[in-house]
Design a protein around this ligand. Structure first.
Ligand SMILES: [Zn+2]
Length: 282
């Protein structure tokens, strides 16, 4: 997420002064600065239990007939929004929806949630890039729609509170050209510098999503620092983009190493049981 989180790393010995300086300069990252294995040294929650992403073993998913359908009607509205490259703190391409008052209800979430932004995670080739995996299989990318309880003004405030954050996630795999993504993938190349902002025209969030309403539910965390708690919904049906479209994301890695590979690897399940609103998870 493009949340502004800056913390200095304390340098413990003279030997580590050089490392400390590098870390201060880069903040957290994937291959630069504070790498995922060390996030917890600055953001303790990243080493806590019940982290995300996870591998979802479909044979262990428990059907829960009480899980409701989502009401995603407000994602149908067409609106002009901005796309932004968050290299320093979020390390992703993000589309900001704050101020558009898009509300999501249902899905057995504990209240009404407002969509704040969506962003992507990807990797250097077709076999690396998603954060969640289904039955151990990593696919090429992942879409996260970040929402916060509507009583909070933004995700940064919500993440400090119980049930403050919820994310809708979709795996993205390689397929044929997906024209619904043209507005994003054609323009990714134009957001090359940190916090570059690019207007997108007549954008409908629902057009990016597959039709299946089946989802997995579990309690986890943000997959980036500060790794605060998140109510996760991972939809079972994948999104498909062409190789060329996916390459547009990977090309961002030409300017920032962390934009070649911006996915965290699956965390331990810690005894959690993943549930689903569909009996056969299809
Ligand atoms: Zn994410």
């Amino acid at each position: 997420m493009c949340t502004r989180i800056t913390r200095l790393v304390f340098v413990k010995s003279s030997r580590s002064i050089f490392n400390g300086l590098i870390r201060k300069a880069h903040n957290w990252g994937y291959r630069q600065g504070i790498v995922p294995e060390e996030w917890h040294t600055v953001f303790p929650l990243c080493n806590a239990k019940f982290q995300s992403p996870i591998d979802i073993k479909t044979s262990d998913v428990a059907y829960d007939s009480s899980l409701e359908k989502f009401n995603l009607e407000e994602l149908e509205k067409t609106r002009d929004v901005d796309m932004v490259l968050c290299t320093n703190h979020g390390r992703s391409i993000q589309v900001n929806l704050q101020g558009h008052d898009i509300k999501v209800t249902g899905g057995s979430l504990p209240g009404t949630y407002k969509v704040e932004q969506f962003h992507f995670h990807w990797g250097p080739n077709n076999n690396v890039g998603s954060e969640h995996t289904y039955d151990g299989k990593q696919v090429t990318a992942e879409l996260h729609i970040v929402m916060h309880l509507d009583k909070y003004s933004n995700a940064g405030e919500a993440l400090k509170n119980e049930n403050g954050l919820a994310v809708l996630g979709y795996l993205i795999d390689v397929g044929s050209h997906n024209k619904n993504y043209d507005e994003i993938t054609d323009k990714v190349k134009n957001v090359q510098k940190q916090d570059d902002i690019l207007p997108l025209q007549s954008f409908k969030l629902s057009s990016l999503l597959p039709s299946s309403k089946c989802y997995y539910r579990y309690l986890g965390s943000m997959t980036t620092p500060p790794c605060a708690p998140v109510i996760w919904t991972m939809f079972t049906e994948n999104i498909y983009l062409s190789e060329n479209q996916l390459q547009e994301f990977r090309n961002l890695g030409n300017t920032d190493m962390d934009l070649i590979h911006n996915c965290r690897s699956p965390r331990p399940l810690d005894g959690r049981i993943v549930t689903s609103n569909c009996n056969n998870s299809s």
